[in-house]
Design a protein around this ligand. Structure first.
Ligand code: NAP
Length: 294
């Protein structure tokens, strides 16, 4: 039986007339948010690097929701690609009202094994990518005197820090600061910037990179979650839809934690201290294999 948190929360057509861009919208939480935005009447552009994945998701979402979905390849690390993607959305839908900066890369590793190239890859996707999209769409809103809503997907280690995911923790901390800074600076343009910090939502991307098989045998991801369960994708979709909707018109600069209390009970990746150093070679191989298969 479905529980209440697995159901849509907002009224029908709550996002009717809105156009949203969801980065990383072809999979996982991005796909879940895009799906619900469509159900609520928005038109949605989903973007990421893999067009094939996006096209498959777009067709699935059209069938499931009857909504208008535009799949566009765009690597958020490259500003020219972001600008081109934005132009294509404007050409197709005529405008953008909502930007969800959800695309990310992450992997677990003791920091002494993270080459500076690995650090900059994650920083470039998460922090530079979020800036590229925010700059491109934000300056357009300002020029057009159009209101807009941005939503950044961060993580609770953005403010606690965490071992074993240092590039991601540093990048998400930057995104959190960007969220709060722009919320103040761009409020005069009627642009709102908020963030969600999800806890444990076992998407495929997250499971492959942060909890590969051999880690799950050693560490139970539910152990440090007071609610004793994983998050459900509809829970993040509900919160996201609310924060980007006009119902949240007075909320800006906020980060909402959605983690069943985990951050209060060390919901970081520091528990990986328990993994013996001899295991890291095998873990790294497993994460690399999973990345290759995607
Ligand atoms: P996911 O399915 O792996 O989503 C990541 C998305 O980012 C993918 O669609 C990927 O698509 C896209 N992406 C990666 N590099 C990109 C690039 N350079 N340019 C454009 N798109 C890129 O994982 P998820 O769990 O749904 O994560 C979604 C968001 O939630 C992320 O910001 C993550 O940090 C955050 N989060 C998740 C959890 C969780 O428990 N799931 C917890 C905390 C925070 P391509 O490979 O096609 O580019």
């Amino acid at each position: 039986m479905q529980t209440l948190y697995q159901e849509g929360m907002l009224r029908d057509n709550a996002l009717a007339g809105k156009v949203a861009i969801v980065t990383g919208g072809g999979t996982g939480l991005g796909k879940a948010m895009a799906t619900y935005f469509l159900r609520l009447g928005a038109k949605v552009a989903i973007t990421s690097r893999k067009l094939e994945v996006l096209e498959k998701t777009a067709e699935e979402l059209r069938q499931a929701t009857g909504g208008e979905v535009l799949p566009l390849a765009c690597d958020v690390r490259h500003y020219e690609e972001v600008a081109a993607m934005h132009q294509q959305v404007l050409k197709h839908f005529g405008k953008v009202d909502i930007l969800v900066n959800n695309a990310a890369g992450n992997f677990i590793s003791p920091t002494e094994r993270v080459h500076p190239k690995g650090f900059s890859t994650v920083m470039n996707i998460v922090l530079q990518g979020t800036y590229n999209c925010s700059y491109e769409i934000g300056r357009h809103w300002i020029a057009e005197k159009q209101a807009g809503a941005m939503l950044n997907i961060v993580a609770t280690f953005a403010w606690t820090g965490s071992g074993y995911v240092v590039p991601s923790a540093c990048a998400k901390a930057g995104v959190l600061t960007l969220t709060k800074s722009l919320a103040v600076e761009w409020a005069k343009y009627n642009i709102r910037c908020n963030a969600i910090a999800p806890g444990y939502f076992p998407t495929k991307g997250m499971t492959d990179r942060l909890f590969p098989e051999n880690i799950r045998q050693e560490l139970d991801p539910l152990k440090n979650i007071p609610a004793k369960r994983a998050g459900n994708e509809q829970e993040i979709a509900n919160l996201a839809a609310y924060l980007v909707s006009d119902y949240a018109a007075y909320i800006t600069g906020e980060v909402v934690t959605l983690d069943g209390g985990a951050v209060l009970k060390d919901g970081t990746m520091n528990a990986l201290d328990l993994v013996p150093s001899s295991m890291w070679e095998a873990i790294e191989m497993m994460v690399r294999q999973a990345n290759k298969k995607q």
